[in-house]
Write a protein that binds this ligand. Sequence first.
Ligand SMILES: [Fe+2]
Length: 297
Amino acid sequence: MYPSAAGSANPQTASSPARAAGDGTWPLPTGFASGATEVSLIPVLEDNYVFVLHGGGNGGTGLSDGPAGQAVVVDPAVAEPVIAWLDKHQLEPIAVLHTHHHHDHIGGTPELLQRWPQLQVIAAAADRQRIPCQTQGVGDGDRLNLLGREILVWAMPGHTRAHIAYYLPPLAGPLDQQSQGELFCGDTLFAGGCGRLLEGTPEQLWQSLQRLAALPAATRVWCSHEYTEANLRWAHHLHPHDQAIKERFQQVLSERAAQRPTIPTTIGEELLSNLFMRSRDAGEFAHYRHSKDHWRG
Ligand SMILES: [Fe+2]
C-alpha cells in the first residue's frame, strides 16, 4: 500500500528530512524539542493522501517526546486503510480535521466515528450543512491546540467557498533544532498546481495562494492529491526553457518512476516552480488556471 523506497520525499529541498523506510512517515529532524510531532502520509483511492499527525514514538522512529499514542487525522477520504494504519502503529485518533466538504476528503469520517465515537470532527462552521459529522465548527483566525501543537485555521476560498487550511507554526528551539511549519491545505495548493475554481473566483484563489506564499519557505506543504507530474508536465509544456520548472519536472518524473510520493513539497519550492504561486496578479493567475483547465497533455 505504501511506496517502499527510502530517501527524501522531495530531493529538491535540502532541509527535507529523510523518510523512514516503508511506513510513509517523514520524521522531523533528529533531536527535535520536546512536544515534536510527526506527519505520516497514507495513499488512498487513485491519487488521494490522508495525513496523520502524531506524537511519534509508536511509529518506530523514537524521535520525539510528544504525546505518543494519540493522533490527528486530516481529510480521511476512506476509513479502512486509515484504521489499519492507526492500529498498526498503535495510535488512537483524538480528532479529524477537514479542509472542505468533497467526498474524497470526508468520506471515511462516519466509519472512524463508529470505531472512535469520542473523536472531535473539526471543519468549517460555514460548511456545517455539507460536513454533517462535524463536532466543532471553525473559521478564519481560529486557533486549535492538539497534540501539544498550535494549529491556525485560515480561510482559503476558491476551490470551494468554505475551504480552510490548517497551519502548524514551527516550534521554537535552538537554531539547529528548529522544526519546519506544517501546512495542510487540502485542494487549495498542489505541488506545481492549485485546485480548480469550483465555487470561487480567480481573485479569491489567487489571494488564498498569496497568503500561503507569505509562509516561511521551509514550511512543509501536505496537499491532498498526487497531481505533481501532470502539473509539471503542463508547466514545462508552457515554459520549456524555464530552468526551475525543467529541473523539477525531471525530478518528479524520477520520483514517480520509483513510485515515491512527491508530497510534502515546501512553500519555497512552490514559489520557484509553481506557475500559480508565481502569478503576479489575479489576471495572470486566471490565465494559467484557464490554460490548465483546458490542457489535454
Ligand atoms: Fe476538492
